[in-house]
Design a protein around this ligand. Structure first.
Ligand SMILES: [Zn+2]
Ligand SMILES: [Zn+2]
Length: 221
């Protein structure tokens, strides 16, 4: 049974919502695709009929078959992004949009070859795990207490979000110091300190760094 591209995209989004939020809700799906509730409702009915998802109380769950399709697509998307950034030299902002098209075309054996050429990368350029090789863990910058952090992933890979974060140097692997003045969050990298807007802070997943260097700093104060 061949799924249409839009239906494949819904399955992939449900998978990513589960990955990011623990579970997928219909309202989140409507927001992500910017389509009418009627259109989503029809698509979900088809997916349920095909045995790809289970529905109930506004929540969605992938069936075993649905998960298989979504996993293949997500792997294909993330490897396509890596291929674009690491081999072809496309910037990480554009790579996401281009990967949306490429993810549907690779046969499995070609994808395996791409994976091999790339050296089996653990994540996409935005920090999302490939084939379970990494975990989405950490806190968002909104939740982070004051301290030093390493950027793990950018949660939603929308162009405006990636562009803004790119300007601030907030890519996976970057380190920042988080400080707060009231409700406002400030980020310091080297001698440069900037305020980050809440709608962007919410999209950045970070891990606290507890380094010996930091402890040494405290001691010398
Ligand atoms: Zn992407
Ligand atoms: Zn990505």
């Amino acid at each position: 049974m061949k799924l249409s591209e839009p239906l494949e995209n819904y399955l992939k989004e449900i998978y990513e919502l589960e990955e990011n939020k623990g579970r997928a809700k219909v309202v989140d799906l409507i927001a992500a695709f910017n389509v009418s509730p009627g259109t989503i409702s029809k698509a979900l009915q088809r997916l349920e009929h095909m045995g790809m998802i289970e529905r109930g109380g506004g929540s969605l769950k992938l069936s075993e078959d649905g998960r298989k399709v979504a996993e293949r697509l997500v792997r294909s998307h993330r490897l396509s992004e890596r291929l674009l950034t690491d081999i072809i030299g496309v910037d990480w902002v554009r790579s996401h949009d281009l990967a949306h098209r490429l993810e549907h075309i690779w046969p499995e054996d070609v994808l395996d070859r791409i994976d091999q050429i790339l050296g089996r990368p653990p994540t996409c350029p935005h920090g999302h795990p490939i084939a379970g090789r990494a975990k989405m863990s950490g806190v968002t910058l909104t939740e982070a207490k004051e301290g030093n952090y390493k950027v793990k992933a950018i949660i939603r890979e929308e162009e405006w979000i990636l562009r803004e974060l790119d300007k601030m140097g907030l890519r996976p692997g970057a380190t920042v110091n988080v400080s707060r003045r009231g409700e406002e969050i400030y980020l310091t990298q080297g001698s440069n300190s900037v305020r980050i807007r809440p709608e962007l802070a919410r999209q950045v997943l970070v891990d606290e760094i507890a380094t010996q260097a930091l402890k040494d700093d405290e001691r010398s104060l």
